[in-house]
Write a protein that binds this ligand. Structure first.
Ligand SMILES: [Ca+2]
Ligand SMILES: [Ca+2]
Length: 414
């Protein structure tokens, strides 16, 4: 876009002056000549945006208890980033089937990571005859003195069944819930019907124990096999799962042509895909909308046109107190950060910020700042952004470098 040169200059300045805020930041911002008009746009936002690092095809991230950041790169590398310092490789990551939407995926910590060092990774795994499927492995992370680390004693604890051809819709977001269980969102691999097939764990949200075994109180536990893993069914490509502060589980998923969904995830429920969707097939065939089949659980919010939700968090920090309890969703095709407000199990889009790039991953940092990973862009990497509250000019005590945002025109529509 038109201001990419100034965008790039801001990144260069950051590389020169270091990361985050500094007391002389006004002069730094002033050095971004020609960006003044864009900065006025940026100042209308409730946050400032700072580029802090860059990764090669980043997909997911999670904070370690010491404030460092684990970042997955789709080609298979697990990186450890010391904020404001070096990016190092963590050795021992699983071999991935890179291609299409597949590769190294999500990364989360075991709830007792501080004691057991266990890290969980999802990824695309090759199978027989050119097939592929998502898998989840856990391994022990040992940190070294140079800012890197190593994974050891890897165990594959879950796999998509069946493995199929193609390289899309793995889903494979992973989450430890407040109940200590391991939750996996499993996409339908662009095969449609498996989302309704109880003998496949595709197109489902799954609930497991930390070692991959099945909790006895799962809704279909008595059926055995992969059926026992199923918590909910009828999902397409669920790319985000999180519990809200009230203990309700929610998921976001990519709809087909139209019909992106935010759902409250209710034990044993069927969300209807591909029988119903508020979107339609890409080949033009219609899919009946949710209101035609009330036996399937309908989304709390849906989007047509789509936002392409790739991940989300429930915000709980002090940096943006007005957003506590809200969902913040990163959008791919929408290139947006979307804020959703809730009233019990009702929800609505409250606000949308155009970020100018596809947003792959959203995290809340230990300090309450929001951290965003951009999607890979044309071989030039995906940037890690830190969003902090925009302090009113008269009360400014510190200033992060504000990126010019002509590449990110405000888009308050919808
Ligand atoms: Ca994450
Ligand atoms: Ca439809």
């Amino acid at each position: 876009m038109s201001n990419l040169p100034t965008f790039a200059r801001a990144a260069t300045l950051l590389a020169t002056y270091g990361v985050a805020s500094c007391s002389g930041a006004d002069s730094t911002a002033g050095a971004i000549a020609g960006a003044a008009a864009a900065e006025r746009n940026a100042s209308d936002r409730p946050f400032t945006t700072t580029v802090v690092a860059q990764f090669n095809e980043p997909w997911a991230m999670t904070f370690l208890p010491d404030g460092r950041l684990l970042v997955t790169e789709k080609k298979g590398a697990l990186k450890l980033y010391t904020i404001g310092g070096p990016v190092r490789e963590v050795t021992g990551a699983p071999t991935v089937a890179y291609g299409g939407q597949g590769g190294l995926g999500d990364v989360v910590l075991h709830p007792n990571f501080a004691k057991n060092g266990l890290v969980y990774l999802s990824y695309a795994e090759a199978g027989e005859g050119g097939t592929r499927g998502a898998a989840v492995a856990r391994a022990k992370l040992t940190l070294d003195a140079n800012g890197g680390g190593a994974l050891s004693n890897p165990q594959v604890i879950w796999r998509q069944v069946p493995k199929v051809s193609g390289s899309g819709h793995y889903g494979h977001r992973i989450l430890f819930g407040p109940d200590g269980h391991l939750w996996i969102s499993s996409g339908e691999r662009q095969q449609f019907d498996p989302a309704q097939d109880m003998n496949a764990n595709l197109g489902k949200i799954l609930r497991l124990n930390e070692d991959g075994s099945v909790p006895a109180d799962n809704p279909f536990a008595g059926k055995g096999g992969v059926t026992a893993q199923i918590w909910t069914l009828g999902h397409r490509n669920p790319l985000g799962i999180n519990f809200d502060a009230q203990g309700r589980l929610w998921n976001i998923e990519m709809g087909p042509r139209g019909g992106d969904e935010l759902n409250v995830v209710v034990r044993g429920a069927n969300y209807g895909y591909p029988i119903v969707s508020n979107g339609d097939h890409y080949d033009g065939r219609t899919i009946p909308d949710h209101d035609t089949r009330p036996e399937f659980k309908a989304p709390a919010v849906w989007w047509t046109p789509v936002i392409s939700p790739a991940s989300f968090v429930f915000y709980s920090g002090s940096e943006f107190p007005a957003w506590r309890g809200d969902a913040l969703i990163g959008g791919l095709s929408s290139k947006a950060l979307v804020r959703v407000e809730f009233d019990g199990e009702k929800a609505r889009e409250a606000e949308r910020f155009d970020m100018g790039e596809r947003i792959r991953e959203v995290e809340q940092g230990p300090d309450g700042a929001l951290w965003l990973l951009e999607d890979e862009k044309d071989g030039s990497g995906g940037r890690l952004l830190k969003l902090r509250r925009q302090v009113e000019p008269g009360r400014r005590t510190e200033t992060a470098v504000k990126l010019p945002s002509a590449a990110a025109p405000r888009m308050w529509t919808r």
